[in-house]
Design a protein around this ligand. Structure first.
Ligand code: PGA
Length: 231
């Protein structure tokens, strides 16, 4: 599936979920996967086909790194989100704080004050993580500081010279508590973890498997990412 078709399918799923709310609070993923989604949203907004000015976007995670680091998720949103016509600024984790623990609590309260997430846009990590909820994270986990797994640190080296050791993340409680989930995966490298998440047992060794228990989850896969699912 060309990137454009994947982006369009992701965009349709997100818009359909968001359209149910007047001012949707939307948790936004970063990484390679959602780039095509944001490009499609940019194209539709520029053409006047969608209007996202009423949305309340929230980052779902951040690396513990310098605020101005070009590899921080904050910088990703500058490139891929802030360039969408009409896109409201993303509520971000602050990094230059005295206490990351207090920052996690502040972020939890911001999401709670928005009434929780209306929609969470999620990628799936090669190890089955959702945001930085690494394997072992419980369903009830809250927004917190986490040690990044070796796999997440390896992925981070796609950008960072030296991968951060920690991240800030919305917990599985906040993410799975969203009214709607839109989980995205593309590319052959994700085929195995997609099959694990959707065909093996649900449990915290593969946090993405919890998506199966959500009553309103849409999963958008390209053919490569879906290749290992039983037909
Ligand atoms: P990716 O990351 O989109 O860069 O593959 C997904 C994730 O780790 O959630």
């Amino acid at each position: 599936m060309p990137a454009g078709a994947f982006g369009a399918a992701c965009c349709d799923a997100l818009l359909e979920a968001a359209a149910r709310f007047e001012r949707p609070s939307v948790g936004l993923a970063t990484g390679a996967t959602p780039v095509a989604l944001y490009a499609e949203l940019r194209e539709r907004a520029a053409a006047g086909r969608v209007d996202i000015r009423s949305w309340r976007p929230f980052a779902i995670d951040e690396y513990v790194c310098a605020r101005e680091d070009p590899c921080a998720n904050r910088a990703f949103f500058e490139r891929h989100w802030a360039t969408i016509p009409g896109a409201p600024p993303v509520v971000q984790f602050e990094l230059e704080v005295a206490s990351l623990k207090a920052e996690a609590q502040r972020f939890h309260e911001l999401v709670a004050a928005a009434g929780g997430l209306a929609v969470a846009v999620l990628g799936i990590g090669m190890n089955g993580h959702l945001a930085f909820n690494e394997p072992g994270s419980g369903r009830e986990s809250r927004t917190r500081v986490v040690a990044l797994s070796p796999g997440s640190r390896l992925s981070a080296t796609r950008c960072f010279n030296e991968a951060p050791t920690h991240g800030l993340t919305l917990g599985l409680a906040e993410l799975l508590g969203a009214s709607h989930l839109v989980l995205l995966a593309n590319g052959a490298a994700k085929a195995e973890v997609v099959a694990r998440a959707f065909e093996q047992r649900v449990g915290n060794d593969c946090p993405a498997s919890f998506v199966r228990e959500h009553p309103a989850a849409v999963v958008v896969l390209d053919e490569d990412a879906a290749a290992a699912l039983l037909g």
